[in-house]
Design a protein around this ligand. Structure first.
Ligand SMILES: [Zn+2]
Length: 484
């Protein structure tokens, strides 16, 4: 039987009458009373109507809404973050030259909490975290798990269950189960100890690689994977070289934690006689598919202006992305010095939440504010620059020009933000409102792959009361197990 034109045609979704942030000539651009037309999982039209909707098409009225691309949240941990509440917020004082004593949260508190989380509690935490991410407008999330000696002994089935939770929530997810050769801890006197795993962690590495290859592209491509060697100072050089080889062979992105503390910088210097960036060059990590999570202390003084010309050129020319996590630093007094300096060096940048709240609006505001304080200048971080980092910046880091933008051919990952509120009205400049005033609570509707997953601020696939009760129950068990 031959299909007629009408039978063959897919129904479309028209998002109409909103203030649309369209991607035009390589920049986010505001279109008042614009339209976004979706067919299947893709955007087929942005701007003004060219053809009116037919009776069978879905129409979403976006009057009083900003229609923006979903955030590409490039660094977070869903399995442990909820249980860190109450432990990490006010702890430790951080300054660029502080010794390891001042990084008690990184080397002592965080491992202590992670050791207390059993596998079931990890999955329960992920239900809440993924729901919060969807609720607050992150449509693509890069989940980096945590380290394998704790909570389940590196059983890869935990990663599989967590990927399934992300998919059930309706998100687009890059899953990066972490591996490393050694772990670290806090020794008396402000020193950090390092201890190798059996086989230098290679069993876990092989499991992670198998998972990444096997699961990449599932769920119509909503699930992707990446390689996540834990930290630059907990992987041996061979593990990093092998990571690069596998990533290139299987076209998987890589993200590592680096530039987190002065101790880490000193450790690389002492062990390998190189700066952190030189070590990344030496092990072959740098590339357009490589992300540096944190990137705060990559120089002897924590100032990006202190990168040598060859270090700066390497980061730029390899098109490596630095993923900034401003809130987790700022809440303990730490700053990136700075987004502006990275931009002046033409080094690619993205944004992630890392800790809670999993709210990219919070991190956009913090990124802008911290940079302006550090640089004594508002021009150092404009609202549209920061918004671009949080969307297209993250998409580029993942090699995805079809994400983080509202343009023809892009995936239909769309967020509607209320501006018919006390706080928002009148909205002269959507970028200034989004970066400097809005929060995730202002998100009204979220679509991923053309499907609505949040409506009226409710995450459709998740019963909040039930999931929160389950988390609280698991948290009392975890808390009882946290060692002093
Ligand atoms: Zn992290």
């Amino acid at each position: 039987m031959t299909l007629t034109m009408t039978e063959n045609k897919m129904n479309k979704t028209y998002i109409e009458n909103g203030t649309v942030i369209a991607w035009i000539n390589g920049a986010h651009t505001v279109i008042e009373r614009g339209v976004v037309v979706i067919e299947g999982n893709s955007i087929i039209e942005v701007g003004a109507h060219t053809a009116p909707p037919s009776a069978s098409d879905t129409r979403i009225d976006a009057t009083g809404r900003i229609v923006m691309p979903g955030f590409v949240n490039t660094h977070l941990h869903v399995t442990d973050t909820p249980y860190t509440k109450g432990y990490l917020e006010d702890a430790s004082n951080l300054s660029p030259r502080a010794n390891a004593t001042n990084y008690g949260t990184l080397y002592k508190t965080l491992p202590a909490v992670r050791h207390a989380i059993d596998p079931e509690a990890q999955v329960i935490a992920s239900e809440c975290a993924f729901a919060e991410l969807a609720r607050t407008g992150s449509t693509t999330v890069v989940e980096l798990g945590y380290d394998y000696e704790v909570g389940g002994d590196g059983d890869i089935s935990i990663t599989e269950q967590i990927a399934q939770v992300a998919m059930a929530t309706g998100l687009r997810c890059y899953s990066g189960p972490r591996y490393r050769a050694m772990h670290y801890g806090h020794a008396p006197g402000g020193k950090v100890w390092y201890q190798s795993y059996p086989e230098n962690g290679r069993r876990r590495f092989r499991d992670c690689v198998d998972f990444c290859i096997d699961w990449d592209g599932r769920y119509d491509g909503r699930l992707r994977t990446l390689l996540a060697p834990g930290q630059i100072d907990t992987c041996d050089p061979d593990l990093l070289r092998e990571t690069r080889r596998v990533a290139s062979a299987h076209k998987l992105p890589i993200q590592i934690h680096a530039g987190q503390s002065p101790n880490e910088y000193e450790r690389i210097k002492t062990e390998y006689g190189m700066s952190t960036v030189e070590y990344m060059i030496d092990t072959g990590l740098l590339g357009p598919d490589f992300m540096i999570g944190h990137g705060q202390i990559l120089t002897h003084d924590g100032n990006i202006a202190s990168l040598t010309p060859s270090e700066a050129a390497a980061l730029r020319d390899y098109q490596t992305t630095v993923v900034h996590l401003p809130w987790v630093k700022a809440r303990r007094g730490g700053v990136i010095n700075s987004i502006h300096k990275y931009r002046q060096l033409n080094i690619r940048q993205a944004l992630g939440t890392d800790t809670y709240p999993f709210d990219m609006f919070n991190d956009m505001r913090m990124a802008a504010t911290v940079c302006r304080i550090v640089e004594h200048s508002i021009e150092a971080a404009t609202s549209v620059d920061i918004f671009t980092m949080a969307t297209a910046g993250g998409a580029d880091a993942l090699g995805r020009p079809d994400l983080g933008r509202l343009a023809v051919g892009c995936k239909a990952d769309v967020v509607l933000v209320r501006m018919d509120t006390f706080k928002a009205a009148p909205t002269y400049d959507p970028f200034k409102f989004l970066v400097l005033a809005a929060t995730g609570e202002d998100v009204d509707r979220v679509l991923v792959d053309g499907k609505t997953i949040v409506e009226g601020g409710l995450v459709l696939a998740v019963d909040m009361a039930k999931v929160v009760a389950r988390l609280n129950n698991a948290a009392s068990r975890v808390r009882a197990n946290v060692a002093d």
